[in-house]
Design a protein around this ligand. Structure first.
Ligand code: ZN
Length: 452
């Protein structure tokens, strides 16, 4: 482990400056102007490469245990490290068991232990009938909760109704943990799907028509009402419609405790980019039109949307049903954990936005959401030495061979992206380097209380 890392372009809370980051027992002890020569052998001199706080991705589906053939802790966290992500939160569903009880959390932690190249925290599930487990899950160390307002796609993680939320949300308010909400309502989707099924299921337009933005807007309005009643802190995941961001911003202005994220795929693609039968683009809510995409960018710049996370949700290629190209039978979910920084930076660079905002959207704000704001997401004394070394000017074209998650399926294949992760440090230890790939042994840990 290096004792110090030096660069001419270190992103501190006050902006970029030349700095030497001194590391002691995995933490940043101080920043100085000391030269590498004065510090000796265990200093890494990075020249003018950018050093930013490691990214914090609070929306990742790892699927282990139970669906480890879809994705697993080792493969996902190696991909994360290669993408400059130093902390991720694992979603409670798609693994079996789903993380809806303390016993399930223990199984998940056992599956993850010793296999994580980055730090991993866990999210508990809110499902019908598990209200009694929420307090125990919080005490066992989940950093947030997650619920679905529409069917989730897997039978072991049922979606909640308004009455389930009325029971759970006051408890979450007392526990002081945020509730992440997949905000789409079933009724508008069921009605639109009935109409859409007359269309060709291999056309993206047919799928898009089946998941109207109104389903998202109505769900968010419900969440806001319940958050106001309960005082719970809520967070809208994967906002696809720019109008949702405005609804959220108005609620926040009334002091509702609400925030919202969007994902790289809503910012990079539009419906016009999706070829017929290209089910690797399928996600829910869906990728919408180009005007909406531009409005999502404006919402980020205004601060109505506060963060960008991957919603990395892979599956075995067969479940994408590329053979038939049917958007309705294909598994929904886009894999991009390794690429988020580059995708976002490519677009930000084109818009004249700086890396300071990328670090805010992809590191500091998600760290705060996860309750890790005093420990992660900043290059400052006292913070974990979670660092990404980034070359913002390099470009590369994405090939399957580059991808470290379990199945190299992603709609970004063939895309030319700007910004390359040169190295990633997790609590001062090298987790990934461009030259050597992932470290031989995993430096990550589990963000759980020490008694568990
Ligand atoms: Zn998700």
């Amino acid at each position: 482990m290096p004792r110090a890392i030096r660069s001419l372009r270190v992103l501190t809370p006050d902006g970029f400056r030349p700095a030497t980051i001194h590391i002691d027992q995995g933490r940043i002890s101080r920043l100085s102007d000391e030269s590498p020569e004065a510090l000796g052998d265990d200093t890494v001199d990075l020249g003018s490469l950018v050093v930013m706080p490691g990214l914090v991705d609070t929306h990742v589906h790892i699927n282990e245990p139970g669906r480890t053939d879809w994705e697993g802790f080792a493969t996902a966290t190696r991909a994360a490290a290669a993408g400059g992500v130093t902390t991720l939160l694992d979603m409670p569903l798609n693994s079996v068991p789903a993380t809806t009880s303390v016993a399930a959390l223990a199984e998940k932690a056992a599956a993850a232990r010793g296999k994580t190249w980055v730090d991993v925290g866990f999210i508990g599930g809110v499902v019908p009938g598990n209200a009694a487990a929420l307090g125990d899950l919080a005490r066992a160390g989940v950093l947030a909760f997650k619920c679905f307002m529409v069917p989730s796609g897997v039978s072991e993680f049922e979606h909640v109704t308004e009455s389930d939320l009325r029971e759970a949300m006051p408890m979450l308010a007392d526990l002081g943990l945020p509730l992440m909400v997949h905000a789409e309502l079933p009724n508008p989707i069921e009605a639109a799907t009935l109409e859409a099924t007359a269309g060709d299921p291999t056309l993206y337009a047919t799928y898009l028509a089946s998941r109207p933005a109104a389903a998202e807007h109505e769900a968010v309005a419900t969440v806001i009402r319940l958050a106001e009643l309960s005082g719970a802190r809520v967070h809208i995941v994967h906002v696809s419609s720019a109008a949702t961001a405005t609804i959220v911003a108005h609620a926040r202005a009334r002091a509702v405790r609400i925030s919202a994220e969007t994902c790289p795929h809503y910012l990079y693609f539009s419906n016009a980019d999706v070829p017929n039968g290209a089910t690797e683009y399928k996600c829910a809510p869906p990728i919408r039109d180009a005007a909406n995409r531009d409005a999502l960018w404006s919402a980020l710049e205004r601060g109505d949307l506060e963060m960008i996370v991957s919603d990395h949700s892979p599956c075995p290629p067969i479940l994408k049903r590329r053979d038939v190209g049917d958007f309705f039978v294909a598994w929904g979910g886009i894999a991009s954990l390794q690429l988020g920084a580059s995708i976002t930076w490519t677009l930000m660079h084109a818009r004249g936005l700086g890396l300071e905002r990328l670090a805010e959207w992809m590191s500091h704000v998600p760290a705060r959401l996860a309750g890790l704001g005093a420990r992660k997401g900043r290059i400052a004394p006292g913070y974990d030495a979670d660092l990404v070394v980034f070359d913002p000017d390099a470009e590369r074209t994405i090939t399957p061979e580059m991808l470290l998650h379990r199945h190299p399926v992603t709609p970004y294949l063939g895309a030319t992206l700007r910004g390359l992760v040169d190295a990633t440090y997790v609590r001062g230890e090298l987790a990934y380097s461009r030259r050597h790939g992932p470290a031989a042994s995993p430096p990550g840990g589990l963000l759980l209380p020490s008694h568990s």
